[in-house]
Structure formats: C-alpha cells, structure tokens
Design a protein around this ligand. Structure first.
Ligand SMILES: [Fe+2]
Ligand SMILES: [Fe+2]
Length: 260
C-alpha cells in the first residue's frame, strides 16, 4: 500500500551484546519490512546503564530516532553532550530545566511524525504526571502520526496510557521491563499498543545482565557491579503499519535470535 507508513520500533538495547545483535539484524530488517522509520530505545546501550558519546556514535546512523528512559542520565557525559546527540530524545516528563530534545517531528512521505517518550510513575522515581504532560504536548503539536514510547514498570499504568491515548495517537509502545509481552493489538480507535516491546541483548541473564550478580544483589541486598550477558542474543521490537492520517492498521511482534 503506497499510502501507509511502516515503522519499526526496537526495544532497549543492553550493552555491547545488545549493540552487536542490533547492528547485525537492523539492515536486513529495514530491507525486509521496507521501513519508512526506525525508532530505537537506547537507554541501556553503554554497559547496560545509560549512553556515552562513543556508543551513541556507534549506532547513530542505524536508526532515525532514539528514545531513552530512567537510565538516560546514568553517564555524566550524557548531561554535558545530549544537546549534540541530534537523534536522541530524553523523556518528556523529567524536570524542564534538563537538557536534551523532548520530542522530534520528522517529515516522512510528506507526513509529520511526532516521536516522544514518557516515564511512568508506578514503582519508579517521581516525575511529572505523564498523562497531563502528554495532553499538553498533543495540544500544541501538529502531526498526523504520533508514536509514544511509554517507559514504565506497571502493566496497569501502561494499559491506562494506551487507552487514555486511544484514537489520539498512532501507537503507545511500552518499554523498560525488558520482557516482550504477547498483548500487541490495535485498540478500538486505531491506536497500536503493546505493554512491552522487550529488549535487544542477552536472554540468558536477568534483564540482560549476568544472573549471578543480580541474584546476590536481590538475595543479600548487597550492591553489586552488574555485567551484561553475552549469550543467546535477541533483537526485540514491533513493526507497525498506519495510514497517512496516523491510524494504525497492524502491529506485529519481532523477536530475532542470533546464533551463538
Ligand atoms: Fe531499559
Ligand atoms: Fe528503564
């Protein structure tokens, strides 16, 4: 169909193994799905925590927009350099004085595409109300297609955001929990939704990290340096199709596995 947009959204890239599996699969996925736009969550690209100038540079040319999340400021250099990272978004509902781009409007096939991301508030650090924040943005932004990365922990809050924005945005894509959920569907007013797209990294550990240290941390409550896991590498994401008015037709889960 010529009058539709094809959008690939890839879940949180975790560390070097995540960058490796992402770089391996993304060119062929773009070709296979004939994508118009690629959006990738990169909050965990640098050692699993945050973003560095170097790791951002490594992936910059492989996607159109990068979203982030609660780990966006983990590396001190991000705060100093985020304004120069042209394709990276910081979450919309953090303190307004923080640097970085809050959203992007891209022109794709003559259509304006808004991409932004919001942090949830349930079981997470306090941030501004994501519901009011997105209302305020949608009131002032003119775009046909609107893609929202909702970076949140609780399924209930994510489903609430999906239904809250039903018919007002093209897609509400959940990130942050790193486990792909099997609930992708089109809501009643043509908004594509999934609770979590999953992650891009190793599925042999816990959220992409070596399980030994995570177990010790959880069992004994002792701070531990976490290392990313290097085996059983997956790329997780969704492929969304919508019309040029921003109504979603379909959402399909993607889970690619790299041979060890
Ligand atoms: Fe993450
Ligand atoms: Fe996160």
């Amino acid at each position: 169909m010529p009058d539709e947009l094809k959008i690939l959204f890839i879940g949180d890239i975790v560390g070097k193994p995540g960058r490796k599996v992402f770089s391996y699969f993304i060119p062929s996925l773009i070709e296979e799905y004939k994508t118009d736009l690629v959006i990738v969550n990169m909050e965990n690209i640098a050692g699993g925590f945050g973003i560095t100038v170097k790791t951002y540079g490594e992936l910059e040319n492989l996607a159109d927009v990068f979203t982030s999340g609660n780990h966006v400021w983990d590396k001190k250099e991000t705060l100093e350099n985020i304004d120069d990272m042209q394709k990276l978004l910081r979450p919309l509902n953090v303190h307004p004085s923080l640097p970085g781009r809050k959203y992007k409007i891209l022109k794709v096939k003559g259509v304006r595409v808004l991409v932004t991301s919001l942090l949830g508030r349930v079981f997470m650090k306090p941030v501004d109300d994501p519901f009011q924040t997105i209302d305020n943005l949608l009131q002032k932004i003119e775009a046909e297609v609107k893609i929202i990365d909702f970076h949140a922990e609780a399924t209930s809050e994510k489903e609430a955001m999906g239904w809250y924005l039903n018919g007002r945005v093209t897609a509400v894509i959940g990130t942050h929990t790193h486990v792909q959920t099997a609930d992708e569907h089109i809501l009643s007013k043509d908004t594509a939704y999934i609770t979590d797209v999953g992650m891009t990294g190793s599925l042999d550990g816990i959220l992409g990290f070596r399980k030994e240290e995570v177990i010790e941390k959880i069992v004994y409550g002792i701070p531990k340096r976490l290392e990313t896991c290097k085996t059983n590498l997956h790329l997780n994401g969704v492929f969304i199709k919508c019309n040029l008015e921003g109504k979603a037709h379909s959402i399909e889960r993607i889970d690619e596995t790299m041979e060890d």
